[in-house]
Ligand binder design. Structure first.
Ligand SMILES: CC(C)(COP(=O)(O)OP(=O)(O)OC[C@H]1O[C@@H](n2cnc3c(N)ncnc32)[C@H](O)[C@@H]1OP(=O)(O)O)[C@@H](O)C(=O)NCCC(=O)NCCS
Length: 233
């Protein structure tokens, strides 16, 4: 079982693949996902995921991808690799105000994926009403040629570990009703329908002229309970 900052034990085997790295992986400086004890340290090999692929298999496919919260200077490379630099600038501004965390996946110096953890009130009234204060996993994206290697799952698990470490009991997300691929991934990771029907959610997009538009989409809302972090004496 892996240790977490301050001698905390993170008791969720299914999430251990956040630190599924190739042997010899050295943890970068992070905003709390790995904590001081992981900084600059070689992270231990992960444990196997019950009923699924082994972490070793996931590591092999995730070859050399690493995950960390973004830094202010990452907006340009994120925009260049994933598009929509203004979106990333906006999320980094919110992160600097403590309103969220932008998680990023990298191969070397190249971003290959991102997920923004929204810690503000949900913009969608039904989600605000039924899930007050529940953090939202938003804008998960992996570059097309980097998909099916476990990077999307690793980003989600990184966020879950961050949330559990910060005392959150649940995480939620909205996925378009026609996005069966992403929904399958979320269900495999333990997210379940919230039981209040579909909602109109909003997808932000920056137009070529720099304006940001919010486009309505019909979405399923999925929720997952996060295991509590047990602190060692
Ligand atoms: C949805 C998305 C983020 C998934 O990213 P990804 O990196 O491909 O995700 P993963 O690799 O973790 O999982 C994808 C599939 O690869 C499979 N896979 C992952 N690692 C694997 C491995 N080591 N061996 C075999 N299969 C593997 C997973 O089982 C999963 O299969 P499934 O589709 O049957 O669930 C990506 O497809 C994407 O960016 N889509 C466009 C944006 C989008 O729709 N975002 C979601 C918004 S809500």
């Amino acid at each position: 079982m892996p240790l977490w900052p301050g001698g905390v034990v993170a008791p969720f085997a299914a999430s251990d693949c956040f630190f599924c790295r190739l042997p010899g992986y050295t943890a970068p400086h992070t905003l709390g996902t790995g904590g001081d004890q992981d900084r600059g340290r070689t992270v231990a090999p992960c444990v196997n995921e019950p009923g699924g692929r082994s972490c070793e298999q996931e590591s092999a496919l995730m070859t050399e991808a690493s995950i960390r919260p973004a830094e202010q200077t990452d907006a340009v490379p994120l925009g260049a690799a994933l598009g929509d630099q203004r979106y990333f600038e906006d999320r980094l501004t919110r992160q600097a105000k403590g309103l969220g965390v932008l998680f990023t996946a990298w191969r070397g110096r190249t971003p290959v994926g991102a997920l923004y953890l929204w810690l503000e009130d949900a913009e969608e009234p039904p989600i605000r009403g039924h899930l007050p204060g529940v953090p939202l996993l938003t804008h998960l994206e992996v570059l097309p040629d980097q998909r099916n290697r476990g990077i999307g799952a690793a980003l989600v698990r990184a966020v879950e570990r961050h949330l559990a470490d910060h005392g959150h009991a649940r995480g939620a997300l909205a996925v378009r009703t026609d996005n069966t691929r992403a929904a399958r991934l979320y269900r495999r990771l333990g997210y379940r329908d919230w039981g209040h029907g579909t909602v109109v959610c909003y997808s932000e997009r920056t137009l070529p002229d720099g304006r940001t538009v919010s486009e309505p989409e019909r979405c399923h809302v999925l929720v997952k309970g996060l295991p509590p972090v047990i602190r060692q004496r």
